[in-house]
Design a protein around this ligand. Structure first.
Ligand code: ATP
Length: 202
């Protein structure tokens, strides 16, 4: 799977509909200070499911919505769409019918955000697994933010192992195992409760 295009509408400084083609050979984005280079990378991470507003340099998640400028009012919503080439059919089964996946995250002021894949509502979990299986995602070590190299160099061995696992594309397996363990625990506690109830009525 390859991200081929990024479309932004009302996201941070990108109040006008804006498209970035991610073509083979693209290695960087250059521009004057404050023109929105970091906002582009944040849009990519946000659409892949970023949950931390702090890591989006905001005081709340609504801060990703265009806040207004001298000559124009703020907006009440923001939307980012990632276009993914899935012609090699590497996406998880539920998304694997289409050559192109359009992954959209939309946020409404004071109403939170929601995800769609090819126009169909999906859960944040589905988006996380979609990208984890492709060895990328909102926290992927492939997206190197300022200060990240230093963080990795100084990180504990477990954290470094997580970085390697993300890069190997097995983070999705860990997520699924964690979910299965939680379900198992819930079932065990239901069984224990059931045994108590049976004990009381026999
Ligand atoms: P530098 O080279 O200095 O790191 P940059 O090109 O990475 O800059 P960004 O940090 O991406 O620039 O963009 C900063 C700009 O985005 C600032 O002008 C800021 O006012 C604007 N901005 C951030 N959030 C919003 C928002 N919610 N609404 C409107 N503008 C915003």
């Amino acid at each position: 799977m390859q991200i081929t295009r990024l479309r932004l509408l009302g996201f941070k400084s990108f109040v006008e509909p804006t498209e970035l083609l991610v073509e083979p050979g693209l290695t960087g984005v250059v521009g004057p200070n404050g023109c929105g280079k970091s906002n582009l990378l944040e849009a990519l991470r946000w659409a892949m499911g970023e949950t931390s507003y702090k890591s989006m340099r905001g005081a709340a998640m609504d801060d990703v919505i265009f806040a207004g400028a001298q000559d124009r009012p703020g907006r009440n919503s923001a939307e980012v769409t990632l276009f993914i080439d899935n012609s090699a059919r590497k996406a998880p089964a539920e998304f694997n019918d289409d050559d192109v996946l359009e992954v959209t995250r939309r946020i409404e002021r004071e109403a939170g955000s929601a995800y769609k894949v090819n126009g169909r509502d999906v859960r944040a979990r589905d988006i996380r697994l979609l990208f984890e299986d492709a060895a990328t995602g909102a926290r992927s070590p492939a997206l190197v933010q300022q200060g990240r190299i230093g963080e990795i160099v100084n990180s504990a061995p477990q954290e470094r192992r997580r970085v390697l696992e993300d890069a190997a594309g097995i983070a999705g397996l860990h997520s699924r195992r964690h979910e299965a363990e939680l379900r198992l625990k819930a079932t065990e506690s239901n069984l224990a409760r059931l045994a108590d109830l049976i004990g009381q009525i026999t």
